[in-house]
Design a protein around this ligand. Sequence first.
Ligand code: ATP
Length: 322
Amino acid sequence: MNRIAVFTSGGDAPGMNACVRAVVRTALLHNVEVYGIVRAYSGMISGDFIPLDFNSVSNIIQRGGTILKSARCEEFRTSEGRAKAAAQLKKFNIDGVVAIGGDGTFTGAQIFTKEHGIPFIGCPGTIDNDLFGTDNIIGYDSALNTVIEAVDKIRDTADAHDRLFFVEVMGRDAGFIALRSGIAVGADAVLIPETETFVDSLIERLKIGKAHHKTSSIIIVAEGDDGGGAYEVARKVKEQYNYYETKVTVLGHIQRGGSPSASDRVLASILGKAAVEALLKGKKNEMADVINRKVVFTSFTKAIKHHQQINKDLLNLAESLA
Ligand code: ATP
């Protein structure tokens, strides 16, 4: 392999830059040239490729977002779009590709390799932590830290005014951010898409808290919760129980931004290196990850097909400590 490409795709996640850096530096150590593809599959189709040398990835390990930019690309879902992308990769003599992204990115990569033969290795990067076969995904830890920092501040004002706060966090289909951050901030309840939300039992819980002289409460709501999101759940609760002044905060895109945490930087560095070495060994259509402190590879087929399950023990923990 003489030349590889790297791109970041799907929702941006803190740590993607650290991963790009590791890919570039590892490849150069093996005398392999690297091109960055700008704006993911869109750039692959339009031929927006830039050469990356040692210095072009200097001073990015600490930066959120992605220097290669990210994009969603409908055209890549068509065989015509993928044929254009293949022609560009061939034009630039690319022998293998490292894709940093989520399940959509890997689905596209798998279809592409079947059609055009160019091997892809994936590094999981998405704040949602919803990929099967991973213990750790680049960006998840940083997003959790952002949520925790914000909720700690909200707690101060909640406490000062006897308020009940509903804090909405990201997670359209998965409650990983909500559950883990809920435990970390000591939330009174965590509402996630994986479990049904009962407003009556939530109110019961708040009443018990009040009986224990609690003067404020924090409820973490995943955006995809079946109760309808933080505003809707707050409205339903307020209709039946208005002991507290009720407030809603939607954290939104601040969860994506910011400097990556130490864990994400290290993980991204490990995975970027592992991905390049895997390509050099002839692997393809697999995702690198760290499980039990060891680098492992999971086939795209497995990673895409199955859903990461919510940890029931953590769910019980959140409930029992609230
Ligand atoms: P995140 O979890 O952060 O959303 P993701 O990788 O799952 O990341 P998607 O938007 O689902 O993000 O997918 C990224 C891109 O992958 C899409 O914009 C599209 O170009 C490509 N892609 C997704 N699914 C397919 C598919 N079935 N066929 C071809 N390409 C696909």
